[in-house]
Design a protein around this ligand. Structure first.
Ligand code: UT7
Length: 324
């Protein structure tokens, strides 16, 4: 018997505190106009000092469980995509497992920075396809406000905190038209680009977490080129073309990147789901946050054919086509 994944739940959580562009000139030499024009970001959410990544992920998971109307006990795998875990170890995934009162199955963190959610989704899909798990909770949760250098205006203005969660369930594959599932996907990485976006610390490197450093223009060029080409490859693999896609949910880093990608893929910008203005770049949380927002605002509906794409530090990148 062959299996496929069906999305049965989605949820998200954003910390209460909102830092608008207009709040920033008080601490940095910048302006709302520059940030809006160069990035499309108008505001970002910032976690409270007593909030941890597991708290954000837990809240998003509760919403996804409520959406799916299932009990936490029925989850047999939890994957948390994050680069800002609560601790070096244990994983944020087991912290969330415990907060949800789940004492069965297994849980682990996955670190692929801004591509983390896509990596986690495809990993979950492969567990489901293998027949070894029935329900997977996939969470992207980040508190990047704790690893940005608040004196570096070229990076700190870009990021925000938040979490998004989805639940995928195993269904028998019947090969019917419009059957839900992950229809095609590709993940890539190339460590030669590690110096373009990194933190200057880590447990083994410095015994500290470190702060973000980025060569923005270089990352920008790679994001456009790599997300466009891997998406074209995945479209080709699926047998669909760009006109069949209902909505594109890219990693939310910069409006200008999304405009360039839509041009390269020959699709109208209106097909791109964007929450950059509201959430800024929330790394591994950005795709599930945008998916949840799209579903709640009815811009994304059941049966839609969705194209996902991301690029993150490493570089890591990839794309997937999902029928909801
Ligand atoms: O999530 C992973 C993927 N990440 C990304 O995809 C991010 C990709 N990169 C970008 O989005 C853009 O490169 C940035 C938004 C980071 C920067 O935009 P840019 O148009 O590439 O600007 P730039 O770095 O080339 O800087 C242009 C100017 C510089 O001034 P000079 O040297 O021309 O005098 C910067 O110092 O803008 C200045 N600048 C700022 N000015 C006001 C940089 N940051 C700011 C700021 N406010 N916050």
């Amino acid at each position: 018997m062959e299996f496929r994944s069906r999305l049965i739940g989605v949820g998200s959580y954003l910390p209460e505190k909102v830092l608008t562009n207009d709040d920033l000139p008080a601490i940095l030499e910048t302006s709302h106009e520059w940030i809006m024009e160069r990035t499309g970001i108008a505001q970002r959410h910032i976690a409270a000092t007593n909030e941890l990544t597991s708290d954000l992920g837990y809240q998003a998971a509760l919403k996804a469980l409520e959406y799916a109307s299932i009990s936490p006990q029925s989850i047999d795998l939890i994957i948390v995509a994050t680069s800002t875990p609560d601790h070096t170890f244990p994983s944020t995934a087991v912290e969330i497992q415990s907060k949800l009162g789940i004492y069965n199955g297994f849980a682990f963190d996955l670190q692929a920075v801004c591509s983390g959610f896509l990596y986690a989704l495809i990993t979950a899909d492969n567990y489901i396809k293998s027949g070894s798990v029935k329900r997977v909770l996939i969470i992207g949760a980040e508190i990047f406000s704790r690893i940005v250098d608040w004196n570096d205006r070229s990076t700190c203005i870009l990021f925000g905190d938040g979490a998004g969660a989805v639940i995928m369930q195993a269904e028998h594959k019947l090969n019917l038209p419009n059957e839900s599932g992950i229809l095609a996907s590709k993940l890539c990485s190339d460590g030669r680009y590690a110096d373009l976006l990194y933190t200057d610390g880590g447990p083994a490197m410095s015994e500290k977490v470190g702060k973000i450093h980025m060569q923005g223009r270089e990352v920008f060029k790679h994001a456009v080129e790599k997300m466009s080409s891997v998406s074209a490859e995945v479209l080709n693999q699926s047998g669909y073309n760009i006109d069949d896609i209902s909505k594109i949910i890219p990693h939310q880093a910069n409006t200008r990147i999304l405009q360039s990608v839509s041009k390269k893929l020959n699709c109208p910008y209106s097909k791109i789901m964007s929450t950059i203005d509201k959430h800024a770049n929330t790394s591994a949380a950005s795709i599930p946050l945008a998916l949840d927002y799209g579903i709640r605002t009815e811009q994304i509906n059941s049966q839609d054919l969705i194209l996902l794409m991301a690029l993150g530090a490493g570089f890591t990148w990839g794309s997937a086509i999902v029928r909801l």
